[in-house]
Ligand binder design. Sequence first.
Ligand code: PDD
Length: 293
Amino acid sequence: MTRFAYVNGRYETQSAASVSIEDRGYQFADGVYEVVALWNGCPIDLLGHMDRLERSMAEVQFPNPPSRMALKVIARELVRLNRIRTGILYIQINRGAAPRNHPFPGDHINCSVVMTVRHGLGPSDTEIENGVALKVEEDQRWRRRDIKTIGLLPNVLTKQAAKSVGAFEALLVNPDGTVTEASAANVWLVDAGGDLVTRPLGLDILGGITRARVMALAADAGRKVREATFTLDQVLAAREVFLTGTTTFVLPVTKIDHTVIANGHPGEIACDLRDRYQAFLNAHEPDTSWHVG
Ligand code: PDD
């Protein structure tokens, strides 16, 4: 089936769609992005993604950011054109195209806007059933990880390092020994008392939309969530460890490097939250999910 993309005002077949070689996203990674899950044709947590995108664009000082209304209209049309039920919507916004020069090119240059969609979403049945392995890697990213920038080389390299040893994800650790997140997901643990713990929002991690959703689902289930920093040793000794993210949902972790977590099976609380997240996805109505914020 032909796939369509949106590029700077036009819907084009994906193979024909292109951007300028002077686009600043291409030359400087001067851009920001969002990945939104599509489930039953519905965008999941679109409001949270739009809020975060606007924040990212403000933090990197785009002078003329596209409006969220315009972005939603484009996204909806792209999902319709591609007849996507379950998959992802990718939105990338760059500072625009201009002759290569480090300073901002000026307010007369419009942002470039690219959107694509892809079929298929979520971890495999085996990953869900068995849990996944992580590989510990030093977190070498810049100090503004709260901005969802397209400058993802450290994420790419650590994810590949994990893949090369058969692990699903990299567990990123700051030089001070605290765990930040994974290369494309947030990290949680369940401590000895049964409390859920995840790193507080701040400059060190991306404020995950799934993280926020799972916090709300945990609160609904009467579970206590503590936002606190934790060390690698604490993760290795945890009762449960799991990841959250748009493409991972809630995914139990059963091994980190050579250490088996707890009894080596997905934990009870992680599985309960995974089921609650799945129920949350299934409850979406196609016609109303686009009308948010
Ligand atoms: N990544 N941390 C990082 C570094 C991420 O890249 C992501 C998501 C998350 C989870 O955020 P959310 O719940 O909002 O998806 C945490 C996306 C899926 C990606 O880059 O493909």
